[in-house]
Design a protein around this ligand. Structure first.
Ligand SMILES: [Zn+2]
Length: 268
């Protein structure tokens, strides 16, 4: 994919994207975070139970640090809160903590850099007292594979790449970059919630064999193409921004213990 800059405004771009359907794209979650980063930050999905359940962590804070000019859309922030409240039991509330931050890196990101920068800029640790804290950085620049719009890199850390999201809007602005940002944000949080099959095995057959960790249902926000800059080629109507029934059932099963979970940094 490197070096192929697709103009999203052109029909040629759409055709090119269609031709790329069969080419496996880089995943938007990083499966080797444990090996690189040690145990303490965990792997993607490692704080799923801490979010779904209220036993120890009755409160949640989502810290969003954005570069100047890269603030999230208000619709993204409210939708994220709504989706988390739908699945995570937090009787003392889920709050969104937005800060403008000038990142030292402004062009080229990779998973290790996202980890080190995000860990340095996070205001508190992921597990502190009764508070679970998940962290999003929204910097200038793009990922090493510039078709990637967002990444989840460990149990609590996400990056969204606004420049790439802006480039991913479709013909006639459908979908708009705002809609893309909405969906990518929920998608990456879905990975932190263990979807699909990251820290469990679903009783339902809904993982896309060609895109591990993703849903095979294009009505689910966990559909693989949501992460990809070529997403305009895969959705004729609205982008999905909701978890589907299988996603919700998986999370319910993990929460109740009916579905066993692995790699958890916290257990009830
Ligand atoms: Zn993904």
């Amino acid at each position: 994919m490197d070096g192929k800059t697709m103009s999203k405004q052109s029909l040629l771009g759409i055709l090119l994207a269609s031709l790329l359907v069969t080419v496996p794209l880089a995943g938007c979650f990083d499966e080797i975070s444990d090996a690189i980063n040690g145990e303490s930050w965990g792997k993607v999905g490692g704080l799923t139970l801490a979010c779904l359940r209220s036993d120890t962590y009755s409160k949640m804070v989502v810290e969003i640090d954005y570069a100047p000019g890269y603030a999230p859309e208000s619709s993204t922030v409210s939708l994220l809160k709504q989706r988390l409240e739908q699945v995570c039991d937090k009787p003392n509330g889920i709050s969104m903590d937005l800060n403008e931050y000038t990142f030292s890196e402004t062009s080229s990101w990779n998973a290790d850099l996202v980890r080190s920068v995000a860990h340095d800029t996070m205001d508190d640790s992921p597990l502190s007292g009764s508070t679970l804290r998940w962290h999003v950085i929204m910097p200038q620049g793009s990922y090493s594979d510039d078709s990637v719009l967002g990444v989840a890199v460990d149990a609590s850390t996400i990056a969204l790449f606004g420049d790439s999201i802006d480039d991913a809007n479709g013909l006639f602005n459908r979908p708009s970059s705002e809609e893309v940002e909405n969906s990518v944000m929920i998608h990456e949080f879905g990975h932190l919630l263990g979807l699909v099959n990251l820290v469990y095995t679903s009783p339902a057959d809904h993982e896309d064999a060609d895109h591990p960790g993703h849903s095979n249902n294009d009505d689910s926000v966990m559909y693989w193409a949501v992460e990809s800059q070529s997403l305009g080629a895969f959705f004729s109507g609205d982008l999905p921004s909701e978890f589907d029934e299988d996603d919700l059932a998986d999370m319910e099963g993990m929460k109740s213990g009916d579905i066993p979970t692995s790699d958890q940094l916290w257990r009830p």
